[in-house]
Design a protein around this ligand. Sequence first.
Ligand code: ATP
Ligand code: MG
Length: 261
Amino acid sequence: MALIILITSFKGGVGKSTAAANIASKLAKTGKRTLLCDLDFDLGTLDLITGCEDRVLFDVSDAVSGRRDVEDCTVKFPSNPCLFLLPAPFKNTDEVQPSVFAERLKAICDKYDYAILDTPGADSPTLAAARLCADLAIVVSTHNPASVRGAEKTAESLRESGLECRLLINCFDAVSVSEDRRAGIISMIDATKTPLLGVIPYDRTLMFAQEKGVLADGGEFISSKAFDNTVQRLTCSDTNSRPVPVLYGVSKVKRKKVLTK
Ligand SMILES: Nc1ncnc2c1ncn2[C@@H]1O[C@H](COP(=O)(O)OP(=O)(O)OP(=O)(O)O)[C@@H](O)[C@H]1O
Ligand SMILES: [Mg+2]
């Protein structure tokens, strides 16, 4: 049985796909067989983000419908052998019935240790299916007001349907919090009423690397350690992590302010 994790937010562009790809990659690097599944049937991007667009032959729709063996549809990564990607269809022609799709997708996911489901921001049948088969949801939010409101509504809706959720704050910019221009960590936890899973700093290196299909791995990415810590909390594997580098660029005088707001 897999732990099936839904990555979601009603708000678009907050970093759902970035988080899905990097969390899946880090999980796989711990030796756990991890399926990364792109359920954004309108504009899937996980093949681009993971740098394998030239190797995609079939997709998640082919696998779920049974037209192709799951094995034929998953993309493998020689540098990360426990990571498997089921890409989104370039143009979907199948009608997605959420309950049927969810049942078949769960059967596929259960052959792995973890399954990470990336979903579109807008309501869609694949999001409904993902919600039906997930064990846990990660609500992604940046700390701009529209995104926080989106996370608040997403978390409320998930709780109403009985799905446990955790908050992942993305593109965190400590300087703007210290200058009272953006919501801080504690106020985001309060607004969304959602326990915190992790804080990923704004990382320009990641943004540009991602456009070349490179994930956050190693010291040149300030987000890399933050994704490591997030995965350690998900798997409860190590509580001795170094802190998330959220205080970069903040003077010592203002540090307390960032951590208490
Ligand atoms: N921590 C980060 N630091 C810097 N840039 C980031 C970070 N996370 C995401 N981005 C950038 O933000 C943009 C949107 O990210 P992404 O595509 O993951 O969002 P999304 O929520 O999946 O969007 P959509 O709703 O369209 O599916 C991308 O250009 C990505 O590189
Ligand atoms: Mg996306």
